[in-house]
Design a binder for this molecule. Structure first.
Ligand code: UDP
Length: 246
């Protein structure tokens, strides 16, 4: 979040945002499951201008071995931004932000995965951000959840996610980059829609308690809409498998 230039209006007099959306409108979301031949599971998500690939390997033998858990698999997540994914070239390799995001994404996915079924193994999730425009952690969670399902890993629920935030004194759904930069707050949320559980809840910026609750409610609504798209993308994947078999 940065100081907003005075002349910049994030919502115009007709209630439209700079990319033409209304307050509660999601960016365009498209997803495809099963896009990589050499991973056990994969998915590609385009969410507004975000372009994100997720790949899953496992359950597989753990290296180093001392990380093995006798009673369950471990889930490892790496969120990585490509150098060309942002306006100012990002230095390759992990930084504080990507280490933190990897950790919170792991926390968002872990409650959904039935790790007890695969003792002594690891399930590794790689999230590659090819193009970033704010909301990459929620889009990454959505992609990773699809990739886990595609890998055939038993899950209690899909994990869906979306952010809401505050711009120009209004609570709005799904901030883009300018809104994230010059807005007042951003609240990413991940949910397990069937289990009715929240698995990620963060806040950057300033909100009153009422505004925070409004943002969380709105983000959950957004995540539920994204969940429907995840289901469709998975169905499409299996229809394709069926057709290949015939
Ligand atoms: N960003 C950037 N350079 C960086 C990190 C982030 O340009 O090194 C941009 C990128 O578009 C990202 C946005 O800032 O999506 C917001 O980042 P934030 O840390 O809030 O995470 P996100 O909203 O992507 O989950």
């Amino acid at each position: 979040m940065m100081e907003k230039p005075e002349e910049l209006k994030l919502i115009d007099e007709n209630g439209y945002r700079i990319d033409g959306r209304k307050k509660y409108e999601l960016r365009k979301v498209n997803m495809k499951v099963g896009v990589l031949k050499n991973a056990n599971g994969s998915a590609y998500v385009e969410w507004g201008k975000n372009k994100i690939l997720a790949a899953v390997y496992g359950p597989r033998e753990i290296h180093p071995k001392h990380l093995q858990r006798p009673d369950r698999a471990i889930l490892r997540v790496r969120y990585n931004m490509a150098p060309f994914s942002v306006e100012e070239r990002k230095k390759p390799g992990p930084d504080r932000r990507s280490v933190e995001i990897s950790k919170v994404i792991r926390g968002a996915l872990e409650p959904a995965v039935i790790l007890e079924l695969f003792p002594r193994t690891s399930i590794d999730v790689f999230i590659e951000v090819l193009q970033a425009d704010a909301g990459t952690r929620v889009a990454g969670i959505v992609a990773a959840s699809l990739a886990l399902a595609d890998a055939g890993i038993p899950m209690k629920d899909l994990v869906s996610a979306c952010a809401a935030g505050k711009i120009e004194d209004e609570i709005v759904l799904d901030l883009n980059k300018e809104e994230d930069n010059y807005g007042t707050a951003d609240v990413p949320v991940a949910i397990m829609p069937i289990k009715n559980d929240i698995t990620l809840l963060q806040m950057d910026g300033y909100l009153t308690k009422e505004e925070f609750l409004e943002a969380v409610r709105l983000a959950i609504k957004g995540a539920k809409a994204v969940y429907q798209k995840q289901r469709e993308a998975l169905k499409e994947r299996y229809l394709n498998v069926l057709q290949e078999e015939e």
